[in-house]
Design a binder for this molecule. Structure first.
Ligand SMILES: C[S@@+](CC[C@H](N)C(=O)[O-])C[C@H]1O[C@@H](n2cnc3c(N)ncnc32)[C@H](O)[C@@H]1O
Length: 206
């Protein structure tokens, strides 16, 4: 629960917001939020009954069963009331996209996808959300956590591909990754990524 990834996720929640954590699994995000004592309401939900049972055990251990609501639900399908914020973390982009392909989404969505982040940025842009803040956090490996709010924004192709975080070490890490992939494959795509990342790093270094 002390993970930098989880700390970053909860840092985007503001006082008095009601929050639903979709795909809660162990329930750590709701527990961290409840310990912060800032939310007006917290819901821990998961499509897996077993996952929700493990969340319930953890929540009970922290004595927070009266603070955190629990519900088995595939995405929002079994969720009747509205929330200010939805958190979807530790899942892949396809799963996140499926969950968010419905009406009446919250105004604020905090996402942390394990794969295909560029595709997720494009999708969120298409469904009418703009990036409020994006953080690339190192927690044994890099994770990208994005806080979205309802709104329109025009993103450049570089922003779609590599995001809007200001973590220069993350861009250096991506550069090395694509350099290695390029030297193994000779792919034009990786060469292009390398060039774009070099420009981003130079700009950020000022
Ligand atoms: C790897 S865990 C992530 C746990 C936690 N959110 C985190 O970031 O550490 C992914 C969880 O998402 C749940 N999940 C996957 N698809 C889901 C869906 N459509 N609706 C609700 N939960 C889902 C899985 O059951 C699993 O418990």
């Amino acid at each position: 629960m002390n993970s930098e990834r989880l700390k970053t996720i909860v840092s985007f929640v503001e006082p008095k917001e009601s929050v639903i954590d979709i795909g809660t699994d162990h329930g750590y995000v709701p527990i961290m939020l409840a310990k912060m004592s800032i939310c007006s309401r917290i819901m821990a939900s998961d499509k897996s009954e077993n996952a929700l049972l493990s969340a319930k055990m953890n929540i009970r251990e922290y004595g927070l069963l009266d603070v955190i609501e629990l519900k088995v639900s595939d995405g929002f399908s079994n969720i009747s009331s509205g929330y200010d914020v939805a958190i979807l973390a530790g899942m892949g982009t396809n799963t996140i996209k499926k969950i968010l392909s419905c009406d009446n989404l919250p105004n604020k969505i905090i996402v942390q996808s394990n794969h295909d982040i560029a595709e997720l940025r494009r999708f969120m842009n298409d469904i009418g959300y703009k990036i409020k803040e994006e953080v690339a956090v190192f927690d044994e490996r890099y994770y990208v956590v994005i806080c979205y709010v309802v709104g329109q924004e025009v993103l450049t192709e570089e922003e779609i591909l590599f995001g809007k975080s200001d973590n220069i070490d993350y861009y250096k890490y991506l550069f090395s990754k694509y350099m290695e992939l390029y030297s193994k494959s000779g792919s034009k795509e990786y060469e292009n990524y390398k060039t774009l990342l070099k420009t981003i790093i130079e700009k950020k270094q000022g």
